[in-house]
Design a protein around this ligand. Sequence first.
Ligand code: SAM
Length: 228
Amino acid sequence: MTLESQNPNNPIAQAKGADAYRDPSWWYDIRGFFILMGTYQVMIWTHLAFFAKNLGNKHLEAAIGSGTFLALTLLTKKILGGKLPEEIIGIDYAERMLQGAQILFKSNKSVKLVQADLGNINYPNAYFDSVNIAHSFHAFPDPGKVLKELNRVMKPKAHLYVDVLLAPRGGCLRRAIATRVNRFCFKKGILARTCDPVTTKAQFESNHFNVINSYIKGNTYHIIAEKD
Ligand SMILES: C[S@@+](CC[C@H](N)C(=O)[O-])C[C@H]1O[C@@H](n2cnc3c(N)ncnc32)[C@H](O)[C@@H]1O
């Protein structure tokens, strides 16, 4: 595992968004589990099975965070059978989160961690076979810029898997729990917006992705998109 900062002279953590992730990564993991149950309302293994399907040979984990979810995704893929990527690049702009990922992947030579904004990725055009964005799309300050940049670094026909947090749905109790958890996340600055499926799908399409499958589970919109 190696760690690099894309631009050491211009600390990425200055971005307001990265500043919201100052908590230690172990605390983020515990809190994240409850957020997942309370607001996404999807079981963690459903998410793991979803993202484990999209691990190409050169894989980009966009907004890798503490790395725990990627580690579990790789484990899921191993259990289900199938080849693991030869090269995994994990990008995130929050230093505290990457510190957790550094510990987790310190003996894994196929993983490289990069501290950078996903709106400006220092990789050539058409480099990656697959990209996953787990639990992060709705936290991006500028999702359009990120989609444009991801499209640039993806190979033609490469797949992008994303889970997008929707505005609370379902029965009274479910909506009340999700609304409360979301309020906490907005206050902490780790949630920029909740989304609606129609606008989100159109946003992917206007950034040159074909949405080849999409479905809703709980409060989560799952998108499988292919680069045009
Ligand atoms: C909710 S966490 C999810 C982390 C991880 N994917 C997971 O599932 O545990 C969101 C992450 O997105 C990162 N992030 C948000 N916007 C970003 C951007 N524009 N560039 C890089 N990282 C970003 C944050 O720093 C944070 O680590």
